[in-house]
Each structure stands twice: as C-alpha cells, then as structure tokens.
Design a binder for this molecule. Sequence first.
Ligand code: DX5
Ligand code: ZN
Length: 233
Amino acid sequence: MNTLPLAIAPSLLAADFAALGKEIAAAERGGADLLHVDVMDGHFVPNLSMGPPVVQAVHRVATVPLDVHLMIANPDQHIEAFVKAGAARITVHVEVLPHLHRTLQYIRSLGAQSGVALNPSTPVGAIEEVLDEVDQVLVMSVNPGFGGQTFIPRSESKIRALRALLDAAGSRAPVSVDGGVDHGNAARLVAAGAAILVAGSSIFGGGEPERATRELRAAAMQGLAGRAPAAGL
Ligand code: DX5
Ligand code: ZN
C-alpha cells in the first residue's frame, strides 16, 4: 500500500457493468489508488449488487488494490470468499456485528486490511474499543444502499471527530468517506481528515472516468494544505 496522504477510490457501483474492464482501466489511468467494490445483500441494505465472482473478475484486470465494502447482514460467512477473490481491504459495518473485535481480527488473519464502516446514525464512539484492530475507518456520508445520493453535511464534523479519536489512540488508520463525494466537497473532506475518497457517480456518471478521477484528486489536494500531517495508507 502506498504512503500517500490521499487516495482516490472510484466506486464501481456507478460504472457501466457491461464495460467494467474499460471503466477500470480508465479510472486507473486517471490515477485511482484503490477500486471500491460495494457488496449489498438486500437485507442490511435494500438493494442487491455483486459478490465474489465479480470481485474475482475485477481482480484479474485491476492493477490497484480492491477495497471491498460489505453492506451485508452476515459478513463473517463471506469474508473468506472475498479475500480469496482478491480483496485487499475488507470493510464491515459495525451495526451488524456484535462481535466486531473478532471479525476485524479474522479479516487480518486472512491477510487483508481490516476496515469498519459507520452509518450516518452511528456515533463515532461505537468503534472506540476496537481501534487497535482497525486498518481503516469508513464514514458513510449517505445512508448505504444506493449510489447517487446527496452528501449528508454532518459527515464532515464526523470525519474530524473520528480523526481526533484515532489520533488520540495513536492509530494511523486512514479515514475513508463514502457517499456523495464530488469535486465540490473533496477539499473540505480532506481538510477535515479524510484520507480515502470513495466516489461513484462523480467518477463514472459523466462518462469520462479518467478525467473525473484526475480532477477529483486535483480538487482533493487543495484540502491537504488545510490539514495537519495525517496518516498514510
Ligand atoms: C453506497 C455505496 C457507495 C456508493 C457511492 O451505499 O457504499 O460506495 O457507490 O456512490 P456515490 O459516490 O454516487 O454517492
Ligand atoms: Zn461503498
């Protein structure tokens, strides 16, 4: 994993699935650092998306690590399949895991980076006791389940609070932000402490993912000046 203070993670949910290889190559040419893959089960979130076979196919063509976001009710049952399919990072939701600590240890034991995601209604304190087991924290800035939603403004202060919580615990885990991220808010989010920007519609929605990825990074870089030296990836 690189040590950039900032990573752009295009979310494939908004890509043209009939041309996934082309979409991935374009995002990578534009400078994507990770590829974000959204897995939905129709239970935890009211939508269905992709599973391990798609992750495996993406892994065959991708040159950057896969950041797999599990929006599913029973992640423990499926984590191994996603790691075998090529996931470098696995993010699970705190809301579905009474034994979150064990699950995060399990992800690491399989050789992947462990991530934990917080819904908009979940307080940052929900992960306070597991910070030692976490390689990244994802702030959902929309309610999960669909691309193309409007960014929830309160997420910005949540990113700041999370970064402070991680710093106080001596954790260098990056904060990731997912949902409604675009060229207009990227700098503010980075200034607040986000190190990974997940973006679907703003990368793939306009039909020029290469350019959109490059422009999102350029916009986000403006926010780096406004923040203290932060965690790498
Ligand atoms: C939403 C997913 C996101 C989604 C973001 O549930 O977790 O990763 O693809 O899409 P945009 O960037 O369009 O809000
Ligand atoms: Zn996601």
